[in-house]
Design a protein around this ligand. Structure first.
Ligand SMILES: *[C@@H]1O[C@H](CO)[C@@H](O)[C@H](O)[C@H]1NC(C)=O
Ligand SMILES: *[C@@H]1O[C@H](CO)[C@@H](O)[C@H](O)[C@H]1NC(C)=O
Ligand SMILES: *[C@@H]1O[C@H](CO)[C@@H](O)[C@H](O)[C@H]1NC(C)=O
Ligand SMILES: *[C@@H]1O[C@H](CO)[C@@H](O)[C@H](O)[C@H]1NC(C)=O
Ligand SMILES: *[C@@H]1O[C@H](CO)[C@@H](O)[C@H](O)[C@H]1NC(C)=O
Length: 413
């Protein structure tokens, strides 16, 4: 079994499944846009590794130190920004979409000591629907329980210090006061969404105006919208935006498959059981019930051992292409000649679902006819990054604890 990777035609719709038969519930529609049009492989390797380290550190610390929160990238590029409007009248903004964390926050007002710099802020003083969340607010309680918020004297303000690194002294945090506002997704206005009005922040948050937490915790936008499920479809066309739908599903039509969400390595992630991997004619073990995390903020894909080494051996044993040196001996890259290359097929076997990947989802052209396998060895947790998720409509059904996917032309959803 081999798959042809067309180097000059990377935007193949390998199966055009029309979205049909959505339930009658209203679907809230937003869009996600990649902040960089082309992916620099070397930078992607570094960035993805940093995110992996922070996700792993969060897990390691979760038992003892509740102040350890989430993963973030050091610099922007491979991640997706979500576009939406906030306030009355609406102010349109874009903020980093992150399935690995919960808090929604935006730079508020002039925000001269805020990262990221250069992006627009949300101005509460020009909105009639803005309110500060009092200390008695439910979401304030959630943060207070994790020692991430404190009340002002009088209790009229809930001040948070939300740290993304390992400790409060790390240079990855956002600080401000909890508020409520009307968020507009597509044409639908949703009042009283709790979010952080940030007055100071440090760290890498892409190029937008803050961060939209899409995790499984109660602070996340997904939980607050109370929609039970959300889905996205990441287009491979860098010039187009990708749909992000809240309240969508279940998926219907050809090719839909589902697998249970599991709570390992953490119930806050969208993790599944990857039972095995087929590369060409060879099937190797997956990461099993250690979990495989679907993450929108990691660009490349990570496999823990022994899954990584066995999959790599299966790939090398079935490829006749010449290995290429990209200055990093840990990367599996090949020299191709001409405009296409035969690479072995790659299928992910989840608990009850098989994902037969198009070659574009696991080989990335890096220039000069060289293609690199995007799979990386992980010393800890395993992650399916955003390149490997492209051209699938992926539904996170939080309510039913299930992840479904369907090959799709994301531009038509
Ligand atoms: C809102 O605040 C900004 C900066 O703090 C200020 O420049 C602007 O004039 C204010 N707008 C209104 C309508 O008060
Ligand atoms: C805070 O923690 C306490 C004790 O674990 C729990 O009873 C309460 O429901 C929590 N509050 C919130 C808002 O999560
Ligand atoms: C995307 O846009 C750029 C600049 O407008 C253009 O050069 C490029 O060919 C476009 N890419 C695709 C895949 O359409
Ligand atoms: C895989 O199996 C098919 C059919 O049995 C065979 O034609 C092909 O050569 C095999 N490919 C490899 C890489 O072994
Ligand atoms: C690689 O080359 C060998 C010898 O020419 C051939 O037998 C084999 O089928 C080739 N394998 C693939 C995957 O093309």
């Amino acid at each position: 079994m081999a798959t042809k990777l067309l180097l000059h035609t990377l935007f193949i719709s390998f199966l055009l499944a029309a979205p049909q038969g959505y339930s009658e519930r209203p679907v809230l529609r937003a869009t996600m846009t990649r902040s960089e049009k082309t992916i620099d492989f070397t930078r992607a390797v570094r960035r993805s590794h940093e995110r992996l380290s922070m996700l792993a550190a969060r897990l390691a610390a979760a038992a003892g130190d509740a102040s350890a929160q989430t993963p973030l990238q050091q610099d922007g590029g491979g991640e997706y920004g979500m576009t939406f409007s906030i306030g009355t009248p609406p102010q349109q903004l874009s903020a980093l979409a992150d399935t690995g964390s919960d808090l929604v926050w935006l730079k508020c007002g002039p925000c001269t000591q805020c990262a990221p710099q250069g992006s627009p802020s949300y101005y509460p003083n020009t909105s009639s629907s803005f309110s500060k969340m009092p200390c008695s607010g439910g979401l304030c309680g959630v943060l207070k329980n994790q020692s991430l918020a404190a009340c002002s004297t009088g209790g009229d303000e809930c001040d948070y210090l939300y740290s993304y690194g390992l400790s409060k002294s790390s240079h990855h945090y956002t600080k401000g006061y909890l508020s409520t506002e009307t968020f507009t997704l597509g044409t639908d206005a949703v009042p009283d969404i709790g979010f952080g009005c940030t007055t100071m922040s440090e760290g890498g948050y892409g190029t937008g105006s803050g961060l939209v937490g899409l995790g499984r915790g109660s602070l996340s936008l997904v939980s607050q919208l109370n929609v039970g499920a959300f889905s996205y479809c990441l287009t491979s066309d860098p010039n187009k935006s990708s749909p992000l739908l809240f309240g969508s599903g279940p998926l219907t039509g050809p090719g839909v498959q589902s697998t249970p969400l599991i709570s390992v390595p953490s119930p806050s992630f969208y993790s599944v059981d990857l039972q095995s991997i087929s590369i060409g004619n060879v099937t190797t073990p997956g990461t099993g019930d250690s979990g495989f995390i679907f993450d929108s903020g990691t660009t490349l894909t990570y496999l823990a051992e022994p899954a990584y080494t066995l999959a790599k051996a299966a790939l090398l044993s079935q490829t006749n292409l010449t290995l290429a040196d990209v200055g990093d001996a840990s990367q599996v890259c090949f020299q191709t000649f001409g405009t296409s290359a035969e690479v072995p097929s790659m299928v992910l076997h989840f608990d009850g679902a098989d994902m037969a990947l198009p070659a574009e989802n696991y080989f990335l052209p890096v220039g000069d006819g060289v293609i690199c396998w995007i799979v990386q060895r992980s010393p800890s947790i395993s992650i399916i990054g955003n390149i490997m998720q492209r051209s699938y409509h992926i539904l996170h059904d939080v309510q039913n604890s299930e992840l479904s996917f369907q090959p799709a032309n994301c531009d038509n959803l």
